[in-house]
Design a protein around this ligand. Structure first.
Ligand SMILES: NC(=O)c1ccc[n+]([C@@H]2O[C@H](COP(=O)([O-])OP(=O)(O)OC[C@H]3O[C@@H](n4cnc5c(N)ncnc54)[C@H](O)[C@@H]3O)[C@@H](O)[C@H]2O)c1
Ligand SMILES: O=C(O)C[C@H](O)C(=O)O
Length: 378
């Protein structure tokens, strides 16, 4: 085993039970590593649900282990998300694709594992075509589905991807009833709505990735224009993951300086426009598919927020009912993301222009969801 091959002393110590802790009201929890997985600070409740996997444990004792992340769809976004998650040692990773892809997910997983001695991570990565291997995941990322090609809009993927996301979600919910689902497949806002419906999960545990990516694009273009570090650019975009997404100049600052004091309205408008069309720009360059490095980085940031219960305040596609008066749809809003999934939707006072733009975006999402319902009925 890898454990015994390197850093012998460290691993020898790890393979023994290294500590015993008793969270209030729970049985003994043994912090173990090599054999049963390292203690993960994440989701102790969820991890603790998997009790008695070890026959040596007594009733009520639990085994802590690494967090388990399953990624459905081992294509560009899925495999790259696995890469970022493994490199950040967020947990053990299962990469799943359809049987027609045969051993492809296994090949990608093994390749990633072989980078671990160089990159210095101990996450276990497996590839599979069998949902049984995803059992009891803490987080499941759905990237299954077609990407668009030049000349297509994300909405052109609706019919095919709605069916794929429905089939995938059914299996995910069956094997990991307590997980948090992050949907990435497009058209995003409709796909995450479908995942909510099929999973039957509470809305807090089903969310979509779009806002982190869209905001990252906006921040990148602002940093490029101003010649400053991206780290100093703080920003927010709201609304659906489409051309109607809503930039929020009032929530954009660089080193604490409001953006309007640094850039003319014309320049800001041009940057906003480029961010809105950021996905299409990459599709036009790649020609064979759509962006994946930045989408995967965005997704792994969300996985990290959940796994590490970080309470990140970031934009995600979250189910909004009364919030912002949306009325039961997924749309990009700022949320607090932690081990419970969407733990809070942050409601901002919008100015008149922002309100009108946001409503336009919500209307586009509603139309898409209605079109999906028709397609799935037919
Ligand atoms: N939300 C976002 O910000 C965002 C960003 C990038 C891409 N996307 C979307 O993510 C999806 C994936 O993009 P990609 O570039 O990885 O595409 P890709 O073609 O490289 O990979 C998709 C994978 O899904 C697999 N798949 C298809 N049906 C499946 C099923 N029923 N079960 C399991 N796996 C299945 C395919 O075999 C393929 O390996 C696309 O819909 C794309 O539009 C969304
Ligand atoms: O543009 C796409 O089709 C993929 C993704 O939604 C993106 O924004 O990069």
């Amino acid at each position: 085993m890898r454990e015994s091959q390197n850093h012998c002393g460290r691993h020898a110590a790890r393979s023994a039970i290294i500590a015993e802790v008793r969270p209030p009201g729970e049985g003994a929890v043994y912090l173990t590593s090599a054999v049963r997985g390292r203690y993960s600070p994440v989701n102790p409740g969820r991890v603790g649900d998997r009790k008695n996997q070890d026959p040596q444990l007594q009733d009520g004792e639990t085994t802590m282990r690494r967090a388990k992340i399953s990624i459905i769809g081992a294509g560009n976004v899925g495999a790259t998300t696995a890469h970022w998650c493994a490199a950040a040692e967020l947990g053990d990773i299962v990469l799943l694709d359809i049987p027609q892809t045969e051993d492809m997910p296994k090949g990608k997983a093994l390749d990633l594992m072989q980078s671990s001695p160089i990159m210095g991570f101990d996450s276990n990565v497996i590839g599979t075509n069998d949902y049984a291997d995803t059992k009891d995941s803490d987080v499941v990322v759905i990237t299954a589905g077609l990407p668009r090609k030049p000349g297509m809009s994300r909405d052109d993927l609706l019919a095919t991807n709605a069916k794929i996301v429905s089939m995938v979600t059914e299996q995910v919910a069956k094997y990991s009833p307590n997980c948090v689902i992050i949907v990435v497949s497009n058209p995003l806002d409709a796909m995450v709505q479908q995942a909510l419906k099929v999973s039957g999960f509470p809305p807090a545990r089903v969310l979509g990735q779009a806002g982190v990516l869209d905001t990252a694009r906006y921040r990148t273009f602002l940093a490029m224009e101003l010649g400053v570090s991206v780290e100093d650019v703080s920003a927010l975009l709201m609304g659906g993951h489409g051309d109607t997404m809503v930039p929020m100049p009032t929530c954009t600052s660089v080193g604490g300086i409001p953006i309007r004091r640094l850039l003319s309205q014309d320049k800001l408008d041009a940057i906003v426009d480029r961010a809105r069309k950021g996905g299409a720009e990459i599709v036009g360059l790649l020609k064979t598919g759509s962006a994946y490095y930045a989408p995967a980085a965005a997704t792994s940031q969300m996985v990290e927020a959940i796994i590490k219960d970080k309470k990140r305040l970031i934009p995600c596609a979250a189910y909004c009912d009364k919030e912002y008066g949306v009325g039961g749809y997924y749309v990009g809003v700022p949320v607090v993301l932690g081990s419970g999934g969407v733990e809070k939707i942050v409601e901002l006072e919008l100015d008149d222009q922002e309100k009108a733009d946001f409503q336009k975006s919500v209307d586009a999402v509603k139309e898409l969801v209605a079109a999906m319902a028709k397609l799935l009925e037919g």
